[in-house]
Design a protein around this ligand. Structure first.
Ligand SMILES: Nc1ncnc2c1ncn2[C@@H]1O[C@H](COP(=O)(O)OP(=O)(O)O)[C@@H](O)[C@H]1O
Ligand SMILES: [Mg+2]
Length: 261
């Protein structure tokens, strides 16, 4: 059971998830996951494919309902899920809408388009380095730029918590490094709480305050590793011995969990 403090924004208590299978059985995706996330923390989540990382984010987002256990936001259960923004591996842009209008999808759906939301979209375009591309269509943008729009869309309602499910997984290595650093800059502006799923251990370490390491399915927490490297982080950090030690430690945890199965 995690110890909780006033500044916890998310608390997971003994979350378990069973999915029904077609043959009438069940598959267990999560087993007894407990975690407290502090306000403004950047948490990376790593674990083998199929261990329940996406399931975990979907439960927090409210897209799936856990079999048992609880998710608590802030100091009370009533804190609303509209404090959450989610970014997926694919940016899921509407091809017939311009970049600017893709940012406006949610306000348009909820009939909340007004001067303030339009202004928010403009400021996000600037923040994401897309100010020249507001009138372009998604297929005119590179993969990295499309994913920036996906991130922008999640930030439109200014969520306190950003859930990111392998957001850079479809990008080439160099774009990916740059996106990670850009994400840190955005995060640094108002310290949202971030839960960031990745299968790159160096990426997880470079970005995070803590790295949650999960076991193979059913996903449990193998460990939560502190990353006490100074900020702001830079790509050069990857070459330091401290960085290498943390990466090696996480790799070892993943390997031993893997061979234990
Ligand atoms: N909607 C679903 N119905 C049945 N099984 C599912 C469903 N979603 C995920 N699973 C299963 O749950 C396990 C965890 O999936 P997932 O959370 O996507 O893992 P990860 O994101 O870590 O790769 C996998 O074995 C997957 O096949
Ligand atoms: Mg996944």
């Amino acid at each position: 059971m995690p110890t909780s403090t006033d500044t916890d924004v998310i608390r997971l208590d003994s979350l378990s998830m069973l999915y029904p299978t077609k043959s009438g059985g069940t598959v267990q995706a999560l087993d007894d996951v407990s975690l407290s996330v502090r306000s403004g923390e950047f948490i990376s989540i790593v674990g083998p494919s199929g261990c329940g990382k996406s399931t975990l984010l979907r439960i927090i987002m409210g897209l799936s309902r856990q079999t048992s256990g609880t998710v608590t936001f802030g100091s009370s259960e009533e804190t609303h899920r509209n404090q959450l923004g989610m970014v997926f591996q694919q940016p899921l842009l509407l091809p017939w809408r311009t970049v600017r209008k893709n940012l406006m999808i949610s306000p348009d759906l909820h009939h909340t388009r007004d001067a303030a939301t339009l202004e928010k979209a403009e400021s996000l375009l600037v923040m994401l380095g897309l100010e020249e591309f507001g009138d372009r269509y998604p297929n005119e943008l590179s993969g990295g730029m499309q994913q920036r729009v996906g991130i922008g869309r999640a930030l439109m309602h200014d969520p306190r918590i950003l859930l990111m499910d392998e957001p850079f997984g479809a990008l080439d290595a160099m774009t990916r490094d740059q996106m990670g650093l850009d994400l840190l800059e955005i995060w640094d502006q108002d310290r949202k709480t971030v839960l960031f799923v990745t299968h790159s251990i160096p990426e997880a370490v470079l970005l995070a305050d803590r790295v949650v390491v999960m076991t193979p399915r059913p996903g449990r927490l193998a460990d939560v590793v502190d990353v006490s490297l100074p900020r702001p982080r830079r790509l050069e950090n990857i070459n330091t011995p401290e960085f290498g030690e943390i990466v090696a430690h996480i790799r070892k945890l993943l390997d031993s969990e893997h061979s234990a199965h």
